[in-house]
Design a protein around this ligand. Structure first.
Ligand code: CTP
Ligand code: MG
Length: 215
């Protein structure tokens, strides 16, 4: 590609983690955001959405900060405005461990299809509980967990966001919006180390992984 812009929604409050705005929580001596910025030092441009009122931290010359929105989708929409890359990679600040091999797969896949996301299989049995009781089990081999980074031609993602806004649709990731546009989204193998730090117990796992992280 000519250029890659990385869009980092980092404007969440981290309510479930309970340690204040999550992007600024430390793991292995650096904030979650610092892990992500280090992983994308190679990118042409990194755009980060911050929570309202949080001053931009010091960062490299390729990093820009914008005020985030009330919802993740709005934060990403604001990041897209003014983004310049031919390809955009949208990556949660809450996923500090970016596996380079997965990024390579995404960039290879997006070149052909215009949209690609990493997925991992479900480790556990998947059920639909019925009023607190064990309900029907779903065939977990038919399902996948979706991670970030998610890769798109910038113009495809911009069109998907505009359509979602016009129709008042919301989604928990960008690929849903692109799919709603009728665009095929390619799947590539993700990596369980790219888990999202969400609950307090995730911090212990992240600390342990930080100690052995070499990529
Ligand atoms: N995010 C964002 N803007 C929002 C909400 C979320 O940029 N208005 C970002 C978060 O900073 C995070 C990513 O989207 O990097 C995934 O969201 P999530 O894990 O839900 O983080 P939080 O919203 O911060 O956590 P919680 O839902 O527990 O409050
Ligand atoms: Mg949230």
């Amino acid at each position: 590609f000519a250029t890659v812009s990385v869009l980092v929604p980092a404007a969440g409050q981290g309510t479930r983690l309970g340690r204040g705005p999550k992007a600024f929580v430390r793991v292995g001596g650096r904030t979650l955001l610092e892990w992500v910025l280090a992983a994308f030092a190679w990118a042409d441009e990194v755009r980060v959405a911050l929570p309202p009122g949080v001053p931009p931290p010091p960062a490299a010359a390729n990093v820009r900060f914008v005020p985030g929105g009330a919802e993740r989708q709005e934060s990403v929409a604001r990041l897209l405005e003014g983004a310049g890359g031919d390809v955009v990679l949208v990556h949660d600040a809450a996923r500090p461990f970016v596996v380079p091999a997965v990024v390579d797969r995404l960039l290879a896949a997006v070149a052909g299809s215009g949209a690609a996301v990493p997925v991992v299989p479900l480790p556990d049995t998947l059920i639909e509980p019925e009023e607190g009781r064990y309900g029907p089990a779903l065939d977990r081999s038919r399902y996948a967990l979706v991670q970030t980074p998610q890769a798109f031609f910038r113009e495809v993602l911009a069109e998907a966001h505009q359509l979602a806004r016009a129709e008042g649709r919301t989604a928990t990731d960008e690929a849903q919006l692109v799919r709603a546009l009728g665009y095929p989204v390619e799947l590539v193998p993700g990596d369980r180390r790219m888990f999202k730090v969400t609950f307090p117990e995730d911090l212990a796992l992240a600390e342990a992984l930080a100690r052995v992280w070499e990529e």
